[in-house]
Ligand binder design. Structure first.
Ligand code: BGC
Length: 427
C-alpha cells in the first residue's frame, strides 16, 4: 500500500452555483461577462447547464462513489429582486438535495460563493455595513427553506479572495482598486459570517436540531520569502500573511479583531466556527507585494506552484488558532489535458494522511470542469470532462483514480502504477 486513507476520512467534490448552473440571472458575473471581462469570452450563462442536468450529475457522482458533496445556492436565482423569493427555485434545490441524499451523499451547503445579485451590488454590496442585513435575510431564507434537510453550512466562501480580487486587484466585479476598500469588505464579511453563525445555530435549534455545524471556507496559501536571508522578502511575506489571511482568521474564528480588520458590529470574543474549512491550492513566493512563483518549481497550467506540503502547513496554522476538525473544502488543479491531476491528488492526499491532524473530509475542486471566473471555460479543474458544446460529461482518468482511492480506502501499489507513476507536473 502506498498509503491508506485516515480512518473516517470522507472523500467527495465541491462546486459553486455560478460556476456550474448556467442561466441569465441578473448577477454580477452575468454583468461582468456582458462588459467584456472574461478572458476567453465564455459566458457564465452557459457553464455546465447543471441547473437542468443536475440529475445526470448526481447519478454520475454516485456512480463514482463520492461520499460527500459541497455545493452552493445562487442568491440571484432565489431572490431575483430584493423583495421577491422564487419558490420554484427553492423547490428545485430541495428536489436536488433530496435526490443526492437518497444516493447516500452527505451535503455541505455554501450560502455565498463570490456572486451577488445586481440589486445587492447596486446598493454597494459588502462595502457597506448597512447591507449586512440583506445577507442575513438570505441566511434566514436558506435555513427556513433547507434547514430540515441540511445540517452543515459554509456561510461565505473565501472572503479574502473575494475582497482582494474585486476591490484591490480590480479583476473581478465591481473592479475597484483600493486597499482600504478591500480591508473594509473583509471586515464587513467577518461581521456577516459571525452573525450568520449565530443565526443558523439559533434557527436550527428552534427547529429541534442539535447537529448544526457552521464555518466559512478559508482560502489559505503559504507565503514564503524567495530568499530567507533577505529582510525585505521576509517582512513582505509576513505582511502579506497578515493582510490576506491571518487577521481575518482570528476575527472569523474567535471574534478577535486586529488591524486591518474592524469590528463593525462590536461582536464579543467567542468561537464562531464548528470546523476548520480550508481551501488550499498553492504557495506564493515573496520578493515584492504580490503573487510570485518559485523558480524551477513544479507548476500547473495556470503557472501556480504545486506544493503539497503547503496543505498541512496551512491546516496546522488554522488548527493552532482553533482546535476543531478539519475539512479540506477545496483542493485541486488546472490541468487541461488531465496529465498530472492523478499525481496532484496523490501527493496532496498522501500528505494529509500522513499528518496527525484531525482531517475528516476532502472535497476535491471540482467535480465537472466549469466556469472558472476570469478564465471562463479555458481552465479545466474537473474530475469529469465537459464538452461545453454538447454538454456531454466524460469521466477523466483522474476521476477514475479518485473513485479507485475511495473504493480501495487508499492507494495500492497497483493503483499507483496504473495512474500516478508516469505523471509529471510542468517545470
Ligand atoms: C474558488 C473557486 C475556484 C478555485 C480555482 C477557489 O479559490 O473558491 O471558485 O474555481 O479556487 O481557482
Amino acid at each position: 500500500m502506498e498509503f491508506r486513507l485516515k480512518p473516517g476520512l470522507l472523500l467527495g467534490a465541491a462546486s459553486a452555483a455560478t460556476q456550474i448552473e448556467g442561466g441569465e440571472l441578473g448577477h454580477n458575473w452575468n454583468d461582468w461577462y456582458a462588459r467584456g471581462n472574461i478572458k476567453d469570452r465564455s459566458n457564465p450563462a452557459r457553464s455546465t447547464d447543471h441547473y437542468n442536468l443536475w440529475k445526470e450529475d448526481a447519478d454520475l457522482m454516485a456512480s463514482m462513489g463520492l461520499q460527500i458533496y459541497r455545493f452552493g445556492i445562487e442568491w440571484a436565482r432565489i431572490c431575483p429582486t430584493e423583495d421577491m423569493v422564487d419558490e420554484s427555485a427553492i423547490a428545485h434545490y430541495r428536489e436536488e438535495m433530496e435526490y443526492l441524499q437518497k444516493k447516500g451523499i452527505k451535503l455541505l451547503l455554501t450560502i455565498h460563493h463570490f456572486t451577488n445579485p445586481m440589486w445587492f451590488e447596486k446598493k454597494g454590496g459588502f462595502t457597506k455595513v448597512e447591507n449586512i442585513r440583506h445577507f442575513l435575510d438570505l441566511v434566514k431564507l436558506v435555513v427556513e427553506s433547507f434547514g430540515d434537510m441540511i445540517s452543515e453550512y459554509i456561510t461565505i466562501n473565501e472572503p479574502n479572495v473575494y475582497a482582494t480580487s474585486s476591490f484591490f486587484f480590480g479583476e473581478w466585479p465591481p473592479g475597484e482598486k483600493s486597499f482600504a476598500r478591500a480591508m473594509k469588505v473583509m471586515s464587513v464579511m467577518t461581521a456577516c459570517h459571525i452573525e450568520a453563525y449565530k443565526l443558523i445555530h439559533k434557527m436550527r435549534k428552534e427547529m429541534g436540531y442539535d447537529d448544526t455545524k457552521v464555518s466559512f471556507a478559508h482560502h489559505m496559501r503559504v507565503f514564503d520569502p524567495e530568499n530567507h536571508k533577505n529582510l525585505k522578502h521576509r517582512i513582505t511575506a509576513s505582511m502579506l500573511d497578515r493582510f490576506f489571511q491571518d487577521a481575518i482568521t482570528e476575527a472569523m474564528y474567535l471574534g478577535k479583531f486586529k488591524w486591518p480588520i474592524k469590528n463593525y458590529l462590536h461582536v464579543k470574543p467567542g468561537e464562531y466556527c464548528d470546523f476548520i474549512a480550508l481551501n488550499y491550492y498553492t504557495r506564493t513566493t515573496v520578493y515584492r507585494f504580490g503573487d510570485g512563483v518559485k523558480k524551477d518549481a513544479p507548476k500547473n497550467d495556470l503557472g501556480w506552484e504545486v506544493y503539497p506540503q503547503g496543505i498541512i502547513r496551512c491546516a496546522e496554522k488554522l488548527y493552532n488558532v482553533l482546535k476543531r476538525p478539519i475539512y479540506i473544502t477545496e483542493n485541486g488543479t488546472c490541468d487541461n489535458k488531465d496529465i498530472f491531476r492523478c499525481r496532484y491528488i496523490y501527493d496532496h492526499l498522501k500528505t494529509l494522511c500522513s499528518s496527525e491532524l484531525p482531517i475528516e473530509r476532502y472535497y476535491h475542486w471540482c467535480f465537472c470542469d466549469n466556469f472558472e471566473w476570469l478564465e471562463g471555460e479555458s481552465a479545466r479543474f474537473g474530475l469529469v470532462y465537459v464538452d461545453y458544446e454538447t454538454q456531454a460529461r466524460t469521466i477523466k482518468r483522474s476521476g477514475e483514480f479518485f473513485s479507485e482511492i475511495i473504493r480501495a480506502g487508499g492507494v495500492t501499489k497497483e493503483i499507483y502504477d496504473e495512474y500516478v507513476k508516469n505523471q509529471q507536473y510542468h517545470y
